[in-house]
Design a protein around this ligand. Structure first.
Ligand code: HEM
Length: 126
């Protein structure tokens, strides 16, 4: 029962978040370049958050590899986190809601650090 409730909450969060992403003038073009069919992405994101927040080992993937190819700036990450925080706050409160926001912030700064390392490396090769 608890697992079902967790999954229902994750679906609500992920569906609402990405419907906002699709309406966002800054973020939508980045997603639109790579995602034509949203259903597989949403399914993947359900498993991702189920793994991150509830330890259910559903998600198999390499999130960084899929972000290294994106042309994004700190502004994109800022907006992503802002929108994610708003969506979480609209539907949830309590320690899991705080954890979701914290985990997203940690991943965003990890992506950004690794992206700038890659960029530095490319420059060094020139
Ligand atoms: C600038 C902010 C971000 C943008 C523009 C962005 C964009 C994208 C795009 C376009 C994809 C699909 C890639 C593909 O399938 O070809 C993707 C996948 C994904 N994103 Fe992000 N993302 C951002 C931030 C984040 C953050 C902060 C997290 C973590 C909380 C995250 C987690 C994921 C995961 C888990 C996937 C699936 C990776 C896989 O295929 O296994 N993203 N993202």
């Amino acid at each position: 029962m608890a697992d079902r409730q967790n999954m229902d909450s994750i679906r609500l969060l992920v569906d609402d978040f990405y419907s906002r992403v699709r309406e966002d003038v800054l973020l939508n073009p980045v997603f639109a370049e790579f995602i034509i069919d949203w259903q597989p992405h949403l399914l993947k994101m359900y498993t991702f958050w189920n793994t991150v927040l509830f330890g259910v080992p559903d998600y198999k993937g390499n999130p960084f590899a899929n972000h290294a190819k994106l042309t994004v700036t700190a502004g994109h990450f800022y907006r992503w986190l802002e929108l994610f925080g708003e969506t979480v706050g609209l539907h949830f409160e309590g320690h899991k809601a705080e954890e979701a926001k914290k985990r997203a912030e940690i991943m965003a700064s990890m992506f950004q650090n690794r992206m700038s390392q890659l960029k530095d490396k490319k420059h060094a090769l020139l």
